[in-house]
Design a protein around this ligand. Structure first.
Ligand code: NAP
Length: 314
């Protein structure tokens, strides 16, 4: 099969590999599309260096093929699989979706939402699942602030918070204002002109790396600050210090400060499927790239040229 092959961090090329064989509890997918997010770049580059210590491979990447978000068709069933059959259309995550075929555990898959393309479905799992898990507990009428609202996670954050009945303020740069408005934000703030004001019951922090004191100042006394991530934290830890500080501070303050560690789970993706089929969430796909240009797709996201989501089609 054709695949993007990555033997060491910082270097990958289009090449040929054997089609993988599904093991216990796994299925083989004919990949139709692969979503791209900031995490794809981190695992290609091996940066921040922290990623090498948390299970993705110390000297080089454990997976020879990059890409995790996937949509495709089940073509082979591994031992013990009862959840899916050959021919089923699914979406979720795997190790190595930048390829014509990929193996995925069924626990990381759900049925593809009806009425959406493979491209749209592949743009959902990691970003949509992260936003959904970060917004757990939001009640109708609450005020939610989404920082990085025009990015991958933030674009779902705005829509999911709206679907939960919240009043949503999205913060983004100028060229993403129209997208964030179109996703249903009640208010939009262009941070290049002026920063946000007011207080919020939940802050979903997907960009900007603002200080904890700034985030606490914008949080109601019993509000939640959910740290998703930022790209301005340095090559070694990627800003993880802010999360450690939040964990240390959390027991001593009235607000709930947490680092989100999102899980890639089929049941979470199935919740998203229901929201997509109900029309309350959609994938804001900005651009598609063919497999031969998968690395350009990653660079497009990393260099912050993307508006919404980017997908590699196979
Ligand atoms: N914790 C987890 O489990 C988890 C899961 C997924 C992702 N992440 C991390 O979460 C972060 C977001 O991921 P993503 O895929 O959504 O990345 P993304 O698509 O690059 O989105 C980040 C957004 O932040 C915006 N931004 C930058 N500076 C900002 C500022 N000062 N104020 C407001 N917005 C600002 C960027 O827009 P402009 O460039 O236009 O400013 C961009 O749209 C990444 O660091 C990623 O690694 C964490």
């Amino acid at each position: 099969m054709k695949a993007v092959v990555q033997r060491r961090y910082g270097s990958a090329v289009l090449g040929d590999l054997d089609v993988p064989v599904p093991g216990q509890g796994e299925v083989l997918l004919e990949v139709r599309a692969a979503g791209v997010d900031m995490g794809t770049w981190h695992l290609l580059a091996g940066k921040p260096y922290l990623v090498r210590f948390i299970g993705f491979g110390f000297r080089g990447p454990k997976s020879p093929v990059p890409g995790r978000d996937v949509s495709g068709v089940v073509t082979q069933i591994g031992p013990g699989v009862t959840e899916f059959s050959v021919g089923d259309e699914v979406f979720g995550t795997c190790e190595g979706s930048f390829a014509e075929y990929a193996v995925s555990p069924v626990a990381r898959l759900a049925r593809k939402p009806k009425g959406v393309s493979f491209t749209e479905a592949a743009a959902v799992p990691i970003s949509g699942g992260t936003a959904l898990q970060g917004l757990r507990g939001v009640q109708p009428g609450q005020r939610v602030l989404v920082l990085g609202a025009g990015g991958g996670v933030g674009s779902y954050g705005v829509q999911i918070a709206k679907a939960l009945g919240a009043h949503v303020t999205g913060v983004c740069s100028t060229r993403k204002l129209d997208l964030v408005r179109s996703l249903g934000a009640d208010e939009v703030v262009d941070y290049t002109v002026a920063d946000f004001t007011g207080t919020y019951d939940l802050i979903l922090d997907c960009g900007g790396n603002r200080s904890l004191s700034r985030l606490r100042e914008a949080s109601t006394p019993r509000g939640s600050v959910v740290l998703v991530g930022a790209e301005t934290g340095g090559a070694i830890t990627g800003g993880f210090e802010r999360a450690l500080l939040a964990a240390a501070l959390n027991p001593f303050v009235s607000q709930k400060l947490s680092l989100l560690m999102s899980e890639e789970r089929g049941d979470v993706f199935d919740e998203l499927r229901v929201m997509i089929e109900a029309g309350s969430v959609r994938a804001a796909v900005e651009r598609e790239f063919p497999l031969s240009e998968a690395l350009d797709a990653v660079e497009h996201v990393y260099s912050r040229r993307s508006v919404g989501k980017v997908v590699v089609t196979i």
